[in-house]
Design a protein around this ligand. Structure first.
Ligand SMILES: NC(=O)c1ccc[n+]([C@@H]2O[C@H](COP(=O)([O-])OP(=O)(O)OC[C@H]3O[C@@H](n4cnc5c(N)ncnc54)[C@H](OP(=O)(O)O)[C@@H]3O)[C@@H](O)[C@H]2O)c1
Length: 260
């Protein structure tokens, strides 16, 4: 299926690494103008250069901590000044935060909700007015399978993700009359920066693939996902071809999650 996003403006958070970088690259290669956000300036600039290599559309790196309201507003302003209104928002920035109940702190829970729920909601609030005017919009909230099927010890991530799935469903119904489609992609275990950091922290006594092998064994398809496989799903959801899909929470997990 040929996906053409020419003329669309996209904003992807957490796009300096892993899944967000792969999504931004796929959207740019499909013709979209893409604003890419993350905190680390050097990694973001390097990612933007790599994305530009395959891009048909323009790529604009904007250093931004999405949990900081002033930085978020400034980033949105920069993106729209350069590209015009945002047609496609991919709320992807996030990190893994989980622990046994005794280890949870109020601050940790609040920080996780801020990053994975409240900052994405604020970005959605910023893009909805112009999406309504244009009667076209695509919002993809990157989530995790623990939002549907939490493991023990998976808070606060599982809490934040479950709330994010509720937000996705609520907004899909509220915004449908304006042809603004809101969906979630629930990640299982996909190779990315966070897995590379875990490998580094392990001391690298074995190869990366050997390190990942026990994880891969838990997945029905028998392997970890690749970021590009995730990007394919995201690119489809933001395209015209996905015109009748809203309110969905689609697992991209190699069959891992017991809940569809
Ligand atoms: N890969 C998996 O197996 C998996 C599983 C479940 C869920 N997920 C979710 O998938 C999404 C992508 O993660 P990933 O696996 O691709 O990890 P990753 O490679 O570590 O990428 C995370 C991205 O988010 C950015 N980020 C983090 N905090 C941010 C903030 N406050 N403001 C702006 N950007 C921020 C990071 O850049 P900076 O640090 O420079 O800001 C980076 O670009 C996350 O929401 C993650 O929770 C992934």
């Amino acid at each position: 299926m040929l996906i053409d996003l020419t003329g669309r403006t996209a904003l992807v958070t957490g796009a300096s690494s892993g899944l967000g970088k792969a999504v931004a690259a796929r959207l740019a290669a499909s013709g979209a103008r893409v604003a890419v956000l993350a905190r680390g300036e050097d990694a973001l600039a390097a990612a933007a250069d790599a994305i530009r290599a395959e891009a048909k559309g323009e790529v604009l790196p904007i250093p931004c901590d999405i949990t900081d309201p002033a930085q978020r507003d400034a980033a949105m302003g920069q993106a729209t000044d350069r590209f015009g209104a945002v047609d496609i928002l991919v709320n992807n920035a996030g990190s893994s935060r989980r622990g046994e109940v005794e280890t949870l702190t109020r601050d940790g829970v609040v920080e996780d909700l801020d990053l994975k729920l409240l900052a994405p909601l604020a970005l959605i609030q910023a893009v909805v007015p112009t999406m309504k005017e244009r009667r076209w919009g695509r919002i993809v909230n990157v989530s995790a399978v623990v939002g549907k099927a939490p493991d023990g010890g998976s808070m606060p991530t599982s809490l934040s993700r479950a709330a994010g799935l509720s937000m996705t469903r609520t907004l899909s119904r509220e915004l449908a009359p304006w042809n603004i489609l809101v969906n979630a992609l629930c990640v299982g275990k996909i190779k990315s920066g966070q897995w590379e950091r875990r490998y580094e922290a392990s001391g690298k006594a074995q190869s990366y693939e050997e390190f990942l092998a026990p994880v891969a064994k838990t997945i029905p398809l028998g392997r970890m996902g690749e970021a590009e496989e995730f990007a394919n799903a995201a690119c489809f959801l933001v395209s015209d071809q996905a015109s009748y899909i809203t309110g969905a929470a689609i697992n991209v997990d190699g069959g891992l999650c017991p809940v569809a």
